[in-house]
Design a protein around this ligand. Structure first.
Ligand code: UDX
Ligand code: ADP
Length: 471
């Protein structure tokens, strides 16, 4: 008898985070015949996923609440019963955190596989028969090898097929990306296991978009895709500074570049620097790989993408200090937006973290508003960053503002860091009256509209634009 099931009927996903939650919800929606169990060690997170109030789901993602409403309790379940679900499942997705290592060999660059390893040991311990293990978390190249070794070394009776199936969803449009992916990548050597995974996706994804590769190609494709995307952002951000010097307008330049079919229009929006859990981590990992394989020129090349990203954040905070007469002491700055991009409550690696810390270090008093980010999240981001850099201690020089007006009241400056829709429609004529004078608007996301500013006396600076930069 074949060790493989005829088709997959029960899936377990370890890790109920930004990747695991939405991905499994979309699989459950498109595969009503498959039971999908998402498990996590974080009890609070699981309670959030099971909350009857869909506004309390642990992550905010447009359209996610509807998919959860349609599937939860039918064929989608969230629990902390890790061992039980491992035992009962034919296929296990690994969607656990894979941060950058902070100590030991490869510290600051390589991916920390601690959580992946723990899961592999759990799977080896509790699985029954033959299990397909699918790595979905961003992992280091050759992780599949590590996984296979641990699984086989810790389990005599059972067998495993390890596949790589990297996730390409982008936060803020995760449901749409999952429902209509550009491609689904399945890397592996075991053809039968690959076909079983392919069958799941084929329920809603056109078969010609499901690409089978060897396992290393699949792992490296994920790192490289993210590195290429990040590289485009650093490229356009570097040109934004040149625009400010020369009189070119970055949005016009982006549009012209993007009109070239060979380049395409996506990922050419200048901003305060890319954030999110993937780009920096993946580039650091790529840099580490290149160093490891003695390719110093290649590693330097990719490292520069990060250098420009950090430079962009620091140059924005420096510019604000200059415009506000060289000091921020005793000045109030309203920060609009803290998430790393609009339509997500995720703040990991958000440009706002470094920029705000720079401003606080200069003595500013910050009032931070974000429609979806909670106060304690901001607190944690500041603490983490300070621990990493061993920098100064923040006392009470920042406050959380529940609404835009509270943040802006008496402010000397407003700094827009995330492109939330509600910031686009702000009528600056109204806001001018409640701000301190002379007041500045610093727009790093090009969301302010000319018509809402033209009748005001506010000083205005927009990233990548000379007319306003010289106000
Ligand atoms: C990224 C990849 O896009 C996705 O394929 C992968 O699976 C995970 O990493 P994500 O980090 O969720 O997704 O968001 P993305 O839309 O890529 O944005 C990342 C950062 O780049 C954000 O801070 C965003 O504001 C910034 N960005 C993006 C720009 O500054 N300009 C752009 O033109 C695009
Ligand atoms: P991502 O953006 O990659 O989804 P998150 O941090 O949002 O990352 O989610 C990863 C999830 O994995 C967290 O909720 C974490 O609690 C969970 N996790 C980590 N290790 C384990 C483990 N050994 N068993 C179960 N869940 C785990």
């Amino acid at each position: 008898m074949s060790k493989y099931p005829k088709s997959i009927s029960r899936i377990c996903c370890i890790g109920a985070g930004y990747v695991g939650g939405p991905t499994m919800a979309v699989i459950a929606k498109n595969c009503p015949n498959i039971i999908v169990n998402v498990v996590d060690v974080d009890v609070e997170r699981i309670m959030g996923w099971n909350s009857s109030d869909l506004k309390k789901l642990p992550i905010f993602e447009p359209g996610l609440d509807k998919v959860i409403q349609d599937t939860r309790g039918k064929n989608l379940f969230f629990s902390t019963e890790i061992s039980r679900e491992i035992e009962l499942s034919d296929l296990i997705f690994l969607c656990v955190n894979t941060p950058t290592k902070n100590r030991g060999v490869g510290a600051g660059k390589a991916i920390d596989l601690k959580w992946v390893e723990i899961c592999a040991r759990e799977i080896a311990k509790f699985s029954k028969g033959h299990t397909i293990v699918v790595e979905k978390s961003t992992v280091a190249v050759r992780t599949a090898d590590v996984l296979e070794n641990i699984l086989n070394a810790n389990s005599q009776k059972n067998s495993f097929s390890v596949l790589s199936n990297p996730e390409f969803l982008s936060e803020g449009s995760a449901i749409e990306d999952l429902q209509n992916p550009d491609r689904v990548l399945i890397g592996g050597v075991d053809e039968k296991a690959m076909d079983l995974l392919k069958e799941i996706y084929a329920n809603w994804v056109n078969e010609d978009k499901i690409l089978k590769t060897n396992i290393w190609s699949s792992e490296l494709s994920k790192l490289t895709s993210n590195a290429f995307l990040a590289q485009r952002i650093s490229s356009i951000n570097s040109i934004s500074a040149l625009c400010e010097k020369t009189g070119a307008d970055i949005d016009e330049v982006s549009k012209s570049i993007g009109a070239d079919n060979r380049l395409g229009e996506d990922f050419l929006k200048a901003g305060p620097g890319f954030g999110g859990s993937c780009f920096q981590k993946d580039i650091l990992n790529l840099v580490y790989l290149c160093e490891f394989f003695n390719l110093p020129e290649v590693s330097k090349y990719w490292e520069n993408v990060l250098t420009i990203n950090n430079w962009q954040k620091n140059r924005i905070s420096k510019l604000i200090v200059e415009k506000l007469f060289g000091t921020l002491n005793g000045k109030k700055i309203a920060i609009l937006g803290f998430s790393f991009k609009a339509n997500t409550n995720d703040t990991r690696e958000s440009a706002a973290i470094r920029i705000c810390l720079n401003l606080l270090e200069e003595g500013a008093s910050l009032f931070i508003h974000d429609p979806k980010v909670q106060k304690n999240q901001i607190e944690n981001e500041f603490k983490n960053q300070q621990m990493q850099n061993n920098s100064f201690e923040i006392k009470s020089s920042w406050q959380y503002s529940e609404n835009i007006n509270d943040a802006i009241q008496d402010a000397n400056a407003v700094l827009i860091l995330t492109e939330w829709e509600e910031y686009r429609s702000i009528d600056w004529k109204d806001k001018e009256e409640i701000m301190s004078s002379p007041a500045w608007i610093f727009d790093t996301r090009s969301v302010t509209e000319e018509k809402n500013l033209s009748k005001t006396k506010l000083n205005f600076w927009r990233l990548g634009n000379i007319n306003t930069a010289n106000n």
